[in-house]
Design a protein around this ligand. Structure first.
Ligand SMILES: [Zn+2]
Length: 205
């Protein structure tokens, strides 16, 4: 792309660095912003800077939050004996949208993936074990993607958790293998949480 302006080129390159945004789309977005009022562009830019500077991660479940402890962990209406283990904040949003789950979450911040150099130590696993040791947890639900990485992570976690006095369940597989849970429709996802199965039952099959 030949740009008539270095400023334009810089902005297009920044947008083009975002996932799923090609150069053409980046150019369209930047030209759109140029047509907006200065106030609108200031609001847009400052929302990103404010987000980056002020966002917190819940000290208990690691979900993205405006507070040190997120609203879910802080709620007396939630069942604190139930922890749903997910990959990232998008999964929390997807499960919350089903209105079928009233427990807490634990966000791992990824999945074990030797191919990508992600090992157990890179994930929020120790803090999950601490929560189970220190709180009245009765059940852990693995709500991880039905992928190789998801299965590897569940297998690892199960080994770490199986000696605790806990029920360990996994989503009923209405979600096809390779399915990312954030993309599952709300009804399917809601059903697979309410009809979750003991993890042990999914082994030896
Ligand atoms: Zn939390």
């Amino acid at each position: 792309m030949n740009f008539s302006s270095k400023l334009l080129e810089n902005a297009v390159n920044e947008f083009g660095n975002l996932p799923g945004i090609g150069k053409k789309t980046a150019l369209r977005l930047v030209l759109h912003l140029l047509k907006e009022s200065k106030e609108d562009v200031d609001t847009f830019a400052s929302s990103i800077i404010t987000l980056k500077n002020n966002i917190k991660y819940c000290k208990t479940c690691h979900n993205i939050s405006d507070f040190d402890i997120c609203e879910i962990c802080n709620s007396f209406k939630r069942d604190h004996s139930l922890i749903c283990v997910v990959e990232d904040t998008r999964d929390v949003m997807a499960i919350e949208n089903t209105n079928q789950y009233n427990g807490l979450y634990h966000v791992l911040n990824g999945l074990i993936s030797p191919m990508d150099g992600v090992g157990p130590a890179d994930l929020m696993i120790d803090s999950l074990v601490e929560r189970i040791k220190n709180q009245e947890v009765k059940e852990i639900i693995f709500a991880l993607s039905a992928t190789m990485e998801g299965d590897t992570t569940i297998f690892y976690l199960h080994k770490k958790l199986k000696d605790f006095n806990l029920k360990i369940s996994t989503l009923a597989r209405g979600i096809a293998f390779g399915g990312e849970i954030e993309y599952a429709d709300e009804i399917t996802l809601g059903r697979s949480i309410t009809t979750r199965v003991p993890y042990e039952n999914t082994l030896n099959k």
